[in-house]
Design a protein around this ligand. Structure first.
Ligand code: TYM
Length: 329
């Protein structure tokens, strides 16, 4: 039995990228493995969110995890800040994380460019906190989207470095995971490379049918192919990428064929795409609405999850301290 862990930052509602990049894969593994899924509220502090908003977002993400199919009877769901052992491992790992490698990560360079007035140490050491999340349970597999690949590579490096330095085989080198398939990146509908909260181009699991239809209708397209078998421009490839994850293979084939014979009608493509997205999201949305007022259930899930997560985290910290020579008299 392997240990599978994943997490999502509490910066707002969950979108199709989160679902297809991480959540869906995770839900599929629950029956077979020991699974942890957490809400990364510490990670969202790098942008200094409003405290009330932060708390509401943690609650929303918890609701959306449950609505998307994470079952607290099978998986451990917890809030990162409920497990303080993560902070200790973060500190210990930071002693072996070097400025050169941290400042070179794509996510750091991007964030530093986007928020030049707030290039804080938390932003720089974001990958060590992420490594602490993963290594605190000595995870084997981490379901994530393509954008997290580099962070996973660093986690593997820290695990290896720790083992080598202390002459132990303690940490596993965890793999980014997508069911043997390549990690995916869900693009935005605005022609941009990635669907993301800060990009403002998301279809949320919480969106109702009308909203989804409207968003898909507005998706960027071009004037259409002028001859057969042309390569697709990025904005059209993006629509097909989403189609591939939400629609049946024969539907994808139908539109691929229409593209290839230069007879595609974007109106039809968008109508089908919206319909198939709604098929995925509407049962989730219904469960979100059901769960929204069930405060006592949510509280119990978070409390029980924190207890289970801490049990495993305490063991890791005890052993890591011992290996590093931090011992009681
Ligand atoms: P976050 O909150 O940005 O995204 C959460 C998960 O969703 C995936 N994702 C996507 N996948 C495909 N296409 C997209 N457009 C897309 N947008 C987001 C991400 O790859 C991720 O798997 N640092 C993490 C949170 C985190 C974490 C961890 C994840 C903290 N500690 C430990 C795994 C393990 C983050 O910011 O993800």
């Amino acid at each position: 039995m392997s240990i599978v862990l994943s997490g999502i930052r509490s910066t707002g509602n969950l979108h199709l990228g989160n679902y297809f990049g991480a959540l869906r894969n995770f839900v599929k593994t629950q029956d077979e493995h020991t699974c942890y899924f957490f809400i990364a509220d510490f990670h969202s502090l790098t942008t200094h969110p409003n405290p009330k908003l932060l708390h509401d977002n943690v609650k929303n993400v918890l609701i959306e995890y449950l609505a998307a199919g994470i079952d607290p009877q099978k998986s451990t769901i917890y809030v990162q800040s409920d497990v303080p052992e993560v902070c200790e491992l973060y500190l210990l790992l930071n002693m072996h994380a070097y400025l050169g490698e941290l400042s070179k990560t794509v996510s750091f360079k991007e964030k530093a460019r986007k928020q030049p007035q707030n290039v804080n140490a938390g932003l720089l050491t974001y990958p060590t906190l992420m490594a602490a999340d993963i290594l605190i349970h000595n995870s084997d597999y981490v379901p994530v989207g393509k954008d997290q690949e580099q962070h996973l590579e660093l986690t593997r490096k820290y695990a290896r470095r720790f083992n080598n330095l202390y002459g132990v085989e303690y940490f596993n080198e965890p793999d980014a995971f997508n069911f043997g398939m390549e990690l995916i990146k869900i693009p935005g509908l605005d022609g941009s490379g990635k669907m993301g909260k800060s990009e403002g181009n998301c279809i949320y699991l919480y969106d109702d049918s009308k909203t989804i239809e409207k968003k898909v209708k507005k998706a960027l397209t071009d004037a259409g192919p002028t001859e057969a078998n042309q390569p697709k421009p990025e904005c059209i490839e993006n629509l097909f990428t989403i189609l591939r994850v939400v629609s049946l293979p024969e539907v994808v084939e139908y539109f691929e064929n229409k593209w290839n014979i230069a007879e595609i009608r974007y109106g039809d493509l968008k109508k089908q795409l919206a319909e198939d997205i709604i098929k995925v999201t509407s049962p989730i949305r219904e469960r979100i609405l059901d769960l929204q007022n069930d405060e006592s259930y949510l509280r119990n899930v978070a409390r029980e999850g924190a207890e289970k997560a801490r049990e495993s985290a305490r063991k890791t910290i005890r052993e890591v301290r011992e290996i590093m020579g931090i011992k009681p008299f």
